[in-house]
Design a protein around this ligand. Structure first.
Ligand code: IMP
Ligand code: MG
Length: 177
């Protein structure tokens, strides 16, 4: 694996995201909604930089990949979502790749009549987008490689790495453990 972003670089990116979000919402109450499971590390780091009255919700979105790196069918679970009616919602995900996950989540969330929905992601993969939507907040633009660490997984492994690393060609398609 090759390191793409060090822990220090990631923290500086999260600082920047926090500042932008604080500035935009300007003290208005916010519900931050993390997309399980990839957003948990970002969520934990980001909420400690936010200064508005804040609630935290979670949604689950998974496109089963197995040993592949291409997404399959998307499943969404809103059981852990608090009541968002009339409230400002910020969806948080680890990475914006094709964008299909976030656009589906935004569409679903809108049905619950929030005051607004915006999106923040730690990473945006360059040249991969397949939807007419962009996240309002992006921590880092990265080249098109499969990355792990800081919440992101390959076959559910590597989420605990404190830095971000790209898998090398020969590591893709192998069983991890
Ligand atoms: P999208 O729907 O194509 O934007 O894919 C977004 C989801 O796929 C993210 O929430 C991640 O869980 C996963 N994903 C996409 N690219 C990567 C990657 O490079 N490493 C790990 N997970 C990824
Ligand atoms: Mg994910």
């Amino acid at each position: 694996m090759k390191t793409v972003l060090t822990a220090d670089q990631l923290h500086a990116g999260v600082d920047r995201l926090g500042q932008e979000i604080n500035q935009f919402y300007n003290g208005q109450p916010l519900i931050i909604v993390g997309v399980l499971t990839g957003s948990i590390v970002l969520l934990a780091d980001l909420i400690r930089r936010l200064i508005m009255p804040l609630r935290v919700g979670l949604v689950q979105a998974s496109s089963y990949r197995g040993a592949a790196i291409d997404p399959g069918q998307l499943t969404i679970n809103f059981d852990l979502l608090p009541d968002v009616k009339g409230r400002h919602v910020l969806l948080i995900d680890d990475i914006f790749d094709t964008g299909k996950t976030l656009i589906a989540l935004v569409d679903e969330l809108r049905k619950h009549n929030p005051a607004s929905v915006r999106c923040a992601v730690l990473l945006r993969k360059q040249g991969r987008q397949a939807v007419m939507m962009e996240p309002e907040y992006v921590g880092f633009e990265i080249p098109n490689a499969f990355v792990v660490g800081y919440g992101l997984d390959y076959q559910d492994a590597y989420r605990n790495l404190p830095y971000l690393a790209a898998l090398e060609e020969h590591e893709i398609g192998q069983k991890v453990h």
